[in-house]
Design a protein around this ligand. Structure first.
Ligand SMILES: Cc1cc2nc3c(=O)[nH]c(=O)nc-3n(C[C@H](O)[C@H](O)[C@H](O)COP(=O)(O)O)c2cc1C
Length: 206
């Protein structure tokens, strides 16, 4: 259930990379846009390709694509898509104060770029800015199995200040659909962003 009236508008940067699990990105956008947020959305080139492969996205305006999938942008919310190579936009600069960035899903390639501090595209740069400005940065890596390089990069990113929140859904709440399963991950992201939600019932509560 949306709960838009009870919190002030927050600003987030959301990046969708070319890892399997585009659904996670869509569920995250749905959850945030129903809850009084302004979202700066960056989708990598590979992210567009995997979105097309996994969800049928065919390049239409993203607002239309989301609306066709039942994503309601609440009155207090706004979606601002940005090109992954456009550095003339707010997330590229530390002077733009926001409430956090989430890379969901995050590829091993983007993880490596974040861990090594390169800024080859706007996703890498915006993440680098989060780390230097001590802003929340949540990486939602998706790969299996993991090489030692992947694990070292996660450790490096975590030591630099990122939260590693893998796309590892939980089953103990007995999710009834693939969307509910994905939302077990989204719920933990919202917890870490301090965004109130009722996507899943906290364990042990009635
Ligand atoms: C269908 C598909 C699924 C993929 N799944 C993953 C994945 O789960 N994890 C990953 O690290 N890379 C995955 N890749 C590879 C990335 O898309 C590729 O490394 C790309 O260069 C990443 O670019 P980006 O980080 O800028 O999005 C996948 C590619 C395709 C076509």
């Amino acid at each position: 259930m949306p709960c838009s009236g009870d919190i002030k508008q927050k600003n987030f940067v959301v990046a969708i990379c070319g890892a399997s699990g585009a659904l996670y990105g869509l569920r995250l956008l749905k959850a945030l846009l129903e809850r009084n947020t302004r979202i700066y959305l960056i989708i990598s080139r590979a992210g567009h390709q995997v979105l097309a492969h996994e969800t049928g996205y065919s390049g239409e305006p993203f607002h239309t694509f989301l609306a066709d999938r039942g994503v309601i942008i609440s009155d207090g919310s706004e979606l601002i898509p940005i090109d992954e190579n456009d550095f003339f936009t707010p997330p590229a600069s530390g002077s733009f104060r926001h409430d956090g960035m989430i890379i969901c899903p995050c590829t091993m390639g983007t993880l490596a770029a974040v861990a090594s501090g390169t800024a080859g595209n706007l996703i890498h740069r915006a993440a680098d800015v989060c780390l230097k400005e001590k802003r929340p940065l949540i990486l939602v890596p998706r790969e299996t199995p993991l090489s030692t390089l992947h694990m070292e990069n996660m450790l490096k990113a975590a030591r630099a200040g990122a939260t590693i929140l893998p796309a590892m859904p939980s089953f103990y709440g007995k999710p009834a659909s693939i969307e509910d399963l994905a939302d077990t991950v989204i719920a933990r992201i919202l917890d870490h962003l301090d965004v109130a939600h009722d996507l899943v019932k906290p364990w042990g509560l009635p």
